[in-house]
Design a protein around this ligand. Structure first.
Ligand SMILES: [Mg+2]
Length: 374
């Protein structure tokens, strides 16, 4: 079976309301008002199509789109089952711009489409193609806990999330005034009670002393983890923090290459590694990182993109957490089923996703390649 056509689309998916994390509170970034998505649809002669996507926030998708416009044609006529070989081919075609960041994040859309296609051809959900350990994964909500929301809104959203079957709540911290973080955290813990799993996310805004001070101040909260307490590339700092605190440490979402994530594993800098399929360059590199993390007896709690990560978390030996952020949901026809603190792995073949009709409204650009130029 050969690849007959490849189509890439560049979309801007608006958020219902802009959100702010600590990077906004400290003036580093502007509020986030949309997610930019690069889609990839790969079709074979028998008409089966694979759907993949990558994303960026604030900047980067136009560059990803330009990259796949250059290398995407290499897929035509190839056997889409040979994912490893094709990934290498595309990687080396763009090796001049490196094996991380924008170039490999562009390849992520292709890689995800190839895995989706392979699972569809096998008639299996992706989790089962990879080798599933379970048919549902634990899920916590993030989207209700951003910093622009007054605390009354955060607690109300937490109530809604828990009522909707979500099993844990994460809130943003890392504001210039640590006392304000502690005030909000105390309010949420009192509101949801001691039994509900609770996480915090500082989005890289502390230096090492501040992170240690915060970590010591919140040990009594019994948090599931403290996320991104330090700069994403400060692996040694995370290792020191993980050794000093009882509360687990989580990070990894910003890292865009296998070596960057493996460094966290080697230094035992985290208790929960948080790779992100689009950011690390696709399912192929993600699986390598996740296997190494599991071998090191770490938990893998993927970042964002629950639509892909539900499958990968189900195929990971340790039962960890997937992040509930519903921002990409409008792009797809299907909805994930959430109950009893868990997301069910879709039983449809592949990722179990198809682009919604309204995705066209958000499309800014498109390019298509056909075998024999048709
Ligand atoms: Mg985070």
């Amino acid at each position: 079976m050969r690849v007959q056509s490849v189509r890439f689309g560049r979309h801007a998916v608006p958020l219902a309301r802009p959100v702010s994390d600590a990077k906004v509170a400290t003036g580093r970034q502007r509020p986030l008002s949309r997610i930019d998505v690069l889609t990839c649809e790969i079709t074979t002669a028998d008409g089966i199509a694979g759907l993949g996507f990558s994303y960026t926030t604030r900047a980067g998708t136009p560059a990803q789109f330009a990259h796949v416009k250059e290398v995407g044609e290499l897929l035509l006529g190839e056997d889409p089952a040979d994912i490893g070989r094709l990934y290498d081919r595309l990687l080396w075609a763009g090796a001049s711009v490196g094996r991380s960041g924008v170039a490999t994040q562009a390849l992520a859309a292709i890689d995800v489409a190839l895995w989706d296609l392979k699972a569809k051809r096998a008639g299996l959900p992706l989790a089962k193609l990879l080798g599933a350990y379970r048919d549902s994964v634990r899920v916590y909500n993030t989207s209700g806990g951003y910093l622009q929301a007054p605390i009354e809104e955060v607690t109300e959203k937490a109530t809604q999330s828990l009522a909707g079957g979500i099993g844990g709540i994460k809130i943003k911290v890392g504001q210039p005034a640590m006392a304000e973080d502690l005030r909000r955290l105390t309010a949420v813990r009192e509101h949801i009670g001691d039994g509900v799993p609770l996480m915090v996310d500082a989005n890289q805004q502390w230096d090492r002393p501040s992170a240690l001070r915060f970590g010591r101040a919140v040990e009594e909260f019994g948090l599931v983890w403290i996320e991104e307490p330090l700069d994403a590339y400060d692996a040694e700092g995370h290792a020191q923090l993980a050794a000093a605190l009882d509360t687990p440490i989580a990070t990894g979402e910003m890292l865009s290459s296998i070596p960057d994530l493996v460094r966290l594993i080697d230094l035992r800098a985290v208790d929960y590694l948080q790779p992100d399929v689009p950011r690390v360059g696709g399912i192929t590199p993600y699986l390598k990182v996740a296997a190494l993390a599991d071998h090191a007896r770490l938990q893998v709690a993927p970042h964002f993109v629950m639509e892909i990560h539900v499958h990968l978390a189900a195929a990971c030996p340790r039962d960890s957490w997937v992040e509930h952020i519903e921002w990409l949901s409008p792009l797809f026809e299907e909805r994930l089923e959430i109950a009893d603190g868990r997301i069910a792995v879709p039983d449809r073949p592949g990722l179990g996703l198809s682009l919604a009709g309204r995705a066209r409204d958000w499309r800014l650009d498109q390019v298509e390649f056909h075998l024999n130029g048709r």
